[in-house]
Design a protein around this ligand. Structure first.
Ligand code: 6PG
Length: 233
């Protein structure tokens, strides 16, 4: 197997946020330079707030940039569990307010019911992604690829043709919707953002042997394409 990840280690969250913002900005700028447009998919959760704040200050042609999420919890944007809310609060301001944001959730009662409309709205973005930024949970999930997830195998299928899939899992809290592995792996630049000493052993374990369905981040770590891991304790 080709080991294709690079681990970038930083002293603290502020340093990792700056370096990751530079990395994402470079990927977006390169794609706008080439195609005139670029898209970015971001993870939510607790980790990315500082990175979003940093990225919002980068001098980019934001009006040519589309932003979406890697995955979303099926909640309204008034919920503090909403990843879209996090992106709006911490990224889409200042210069970055000019970006076009495409959320992954809508008012439908479930991700299954809302899937068609979300898929349609995603067509407004330019594909493949210029950049995707993943996170990792303590259980080794990434995106909404949860151990025991009801659509996990379809989401991780490298030959799968679906770009977006609902996911229900015990560890997920709410129903979820997630971009699938092939869509994420097709991004020009792929980053994994991990903060916190407690997650280091989780990463080490994921880098070891064992099924990807036990720790779905393995499907990303084992992919034969470059992956940049941004880590701070
Ligand atoms: O909506 C989500 O939950 C995320 O997109 C998810 O995949 C996240 O990246 C990890 O769970 C890490 O989350 P924390 O940053 O909260 O630890």
């Amino acid at each position: 197997m080709v080991v294709s990840h690079t681990l970038h280690e930083f002293a603290d969250g502020a340093a990792v946020a700056k370096a990751l913002a530079d990395y994402v900005a470079a990927a977006l700028a390169a794609r706008v330079e080439r195609d005139g447009l670029a898209s970015l998919a971001l993870s939510g959760g607790r980790t990315p707030t500082r990175f979003f704040e940093e990225l919002s200050t980068r001098d980019l042609p934001w009006d040519k940039i589309g932003v979406t999420l890697v995955d979303e919890r099926w909640v309204r944007e008034t919920s503090d569990r909403s990843n879209a809310r996090l992106v709006r609060q911490h990224l889409l301001k200042g210069k970055a307010a000019a970006a076009r944001f495409i959320p992954l959730a809508n008012d439908a009662p479930s991700p299954e019911a809302g899937l068609f409309a979300v898929n349609e709205s995603l067509e407004e973005l330019s594909w493949p992604l210029a950049c995707a930024v993943l996170g990792m949970g303590d259980d080794g999930h990434t995106a909404s690829f949860f151990p025991g997830g009801d659509h996990l195998e379809e989401a991780l299928d490298p030959e799968g043709t679906l770009g977006l899939i609902p996911m229900h899992a015990e560890g997920a809290g709410e129903p979820r919707i997630t971009l699938t592995l092939p869509v994420l792996l097709a991004a020009d630049a792929l980053a994994l953002h991990i903060e916190g000493a407690a997650k280091r052993p989780v990463l080490e374990k994921a880098l070891g042997e064992g099924p990807a369905t036990d720790m779905p981040i393995r499907a990303v770590l084992r992919a034969e394409r470059p992956l940049d891991i941004f880590w701070a304790p």
